[in-house]
Write a protein that binds this ligand. Structure first.
Ligand SMILES: Nc1nc2c(ncn2[C@@H]2O[C@H](COP(=O)(O)OP(=O)(O)OP(=O)(O)O)[C@@H](O)[C@H]2O)c(=O)[nH]1
Length: 305
């Protein structure tokens, strides 16, 4: 009998997903990782890259990292985000490019495809939402997608109906280098709490209004006050956060009629935060207009970009 190293044949590495808004990236990432992983948001000090989740298997560990939306830059923030996306592309082992089966390939997809042609890592074209269209349409779409670029693979999936998600995992894992697990299984994040809390609030605030507020929204946690603290007024952890938007009209969108939407945002975010921290919290949200913050480097710095 020979001694076998347990890491022999084991693969590990990073994957990221890109695609235009609504392409099904988040749903797919959640399907891959097997649970809602927004709360695993993790942001290394220098970038906005976050760990979305980790797929742990006996033979592999696939770490899925987040990429800020890739889009045609119009503002300073847009340019910086795109730089970050390119940095992310340079650091991952495999890239998944999501293209929804129920939508024609558009200029946005072509732009992303061109960006991806520069990437060092292999790109898997993923045709998402195949449950939404008949089979012959899927076939047609697959053909169009395969002609769009030089892909390492083209994989059709449905995250909602769980079609081919396991196949996609195998394909992604196949592109990882051999190596031991990068994170202990069970570990989900290495991020400070306030950053994750801010991310949860931002997610909740964007829910349903992503199109209206694409990148014009930032959240800063101002204070997290423990019940025993001098300034504490509550008997639970008190979190005060600012939600920054660029314009008064956007403020209205976030707050809603008579504050109805902000109340919902707060309730959703609070639930997530309580799950994350494992304790009850009191959440106090203030919506503020930081005019043109996307163009102002000082403001950007303060908001963590
Ligand atoms: N029927 C069906 N709907 C899906 C599938 N995947 C995603 N969707 C829906 O498509 C919409 C967009 O999905 P998301 O996962 O939020 O897309 P995204 O690419 O993360 O979007 P952005 O956050 O805007 O970039 C949601 O309403 C999903 O429920 C799928 O496999 N089948």
């Amino acid at each position: 009998m020979t001694m076998t190293d347990t890491t022999e044949g084991h693969r590990s590495g990073f994957a990221c997903f890109v695609g235009r808004p609504n392409a099904g990236k988040s749903t797919l990432m959640n399907a891959l990782v097997g649970e809602k992983v927004a709360i695993m948001s993790s942001r290394p000090q220098t970038t906005r890259r976050a760990i979305r989740g980790i797929v742990n298997r006996d033979d592999a560990q696939l770490v899925v990292v987040d990429t800020p939306g890739l889009h045609r830059p119009r503002t300073l923030l847009g340019e910086r985000l795109n730089d970050l996306v390119r940095e992310t592309f340079a650091e991952v082992d495999v890239i998944g490019f999501c293209l929804p089966a129920d939508e024609k390939i558009g200029p946005g997809d072509k732009w992303i495809a061109r960006e991806l042609s520069e990437a060092r890592a292999p790109v898997i074209a993923i045709v998402t939402k195949v449950d939404k269209v008949p089979r012959d349409k899927v076939a047609e779409h697959l053909l169009a997608v395969s002609q769009l670029g030089d892909w390492a693979d083209v994989v059709p999936v449905s995250s909602v109906k769980d079609i081919q998600v396991d196949v996609l995992t195998d394909v992604l894992v196949g592109h990882l280098p051999q190596g031991p697990a990068l994170y202990p299984s069970g570990e989900v994040t290495d991020e400070p709490e306030d950053v994750m809390v801010a991310e949860l609030i931002r997610e909740a605030a964007l829910e349903g209004v992503r199109d209206e507020l694409p990148h014009s929204l930032a959240v800063v946690v101002e204070e997290m006050i423990e019940p025993g603290d001098e300034t504490s007024t509550k008997d639970v952890l008190e979190i005060r956060a600012h939600v920054f938007v660029e314009r008064d009209s956007q403020k209205g969108i976030v707050i809603g009629k008579a504050g109805s939407r902000l109340k919902e945002v707060g309730a959703t975010a609070r639930q997530g935060i309580e799950r994350l921290l494992g304790r009850k919290v009191y959440l106090d949200l203030h919506v503020k207009v930081a005019k043109e913050w996307q163009r102002d480097p000082k403001q950007l710095g303060r908001l963590g970009f």
